[in-house]
Design a protein around this ligand. Structure first.
Ligand SMILES: [Mg+2]
Length: 263
């Protein structure tokens, strides 16, 4: 009997990748207007510079363990109460400026001041471009009351709460919200799933984990002995991680839950 559903946030309920993409488009357009550079090429160059820089910092293994990606680093402030987050808070202003400046440079534009301008513009654009999947609220409305709901998200509490404050309609659906940066370890560590179970006072057999990421949501749920549902909206190839169930749209949760609760 399934009593609760654990939902991942980014790219499961909130369309974070689209928000990041649109923030890049808006910010790179500013550069296109100023210097005539190709916005798409600049986006690729900045993404690459960001990935490289991000992995060069001493905080990299911490961000890997908690689950914070390079593009979150381009707009997060990391005002969290923890030594590694304090380090990130110090690093990110320079990181942003360098990533954008290096991106411009790759296109032949040497203008660190403008790099700084774009670096400051991107977080503004990201904040103004939240996207929620069109089915998200309808799905949560139907589940609420029938199942307990928990949000299990990797990231900086400051940044994840910023995302939730930009889309304030989400929070009231959840009985509990667990953010890896506040707990201390991120998915796929099974201990954060254990933590979530104990908050809900439930057994692992009574829960379903729904998420878009095989290497965090699904692998972690598997390790914790929790049934997993991989939401594969974009027909990605499976890797060695095997979800208990695979769906392509959140609405497929309903027949699945009916089936599970018949047994
Ligand atoms: Mg996700």
């Amino acid at each position: 009997m399934i009593k609760a559903i654990f939902f991942d946030l980014d790219d499961t309920l909130l369309w974070d990748q689209k928000s990041i993409q649109e923030a890049f488009v808006a910010t790179c357009k500013v550069a296109e207007e100023r210097y005539g550079v190709d916005a798409t090429v600049l986006e690729d160059a900045v993404r690459e510079a960001a990935r490289n820089l991000y992995s060069s910092y001493e905080t990299y293994s911490f961000t890997q363990m908690i689950g914070i990606n390079p593009f979150e680093g381009l707009w997060g402030n990391f005002l969290d109460d923890h030594d590694d987050f304090r380090k990130m808070k110090e690093i990110v202003p320079g990181y942003r400026k360098e990533a954008w400046t290096a991106g411009l440079k790759a296109l032949g534009v040497d203008d660190p001041e403008f790099g700084y301008e774009l670096a400051e513009r991107f977080p503004e654009e990201r904040r103004n471009l939240p996207f929620v999947y069109e089915e998200t609220f309808q799905i949560l409305d139907s589940l609420k009351g029938k199942y307990q709901l928990l949000l299990l998200t990797n990231g900086s509490p400051d940044l994840q709460n910023t995302k939730l404050s930009i889309t304030p309609e989400l929070v009231p659906y959840f009985d509990q919200i667990v953010i890896s940066g506040a707990y201390g370890r991120g998915k796929p560590d099974p201990s954060i799933f254990g933590h979530a179970l104990s908050l809900m006072e439930l057994e692992k057999e009574e829960v379903l984990m729904v998420g878009d990421n095989l290497m965090t949501d699904i692998l972690g749920a598997n390790r914790a002995g929790i049934k997993s549902v991989w939401i594969n909206r974009h027909d990605k190839e499976r890797n060695e991680v095997i979800p208990t169930y695979e769906i392509h749209h959140l609405e497929e949760l309903f027949p699945l839950l009916d089936e599970l609760n018949k047994k």
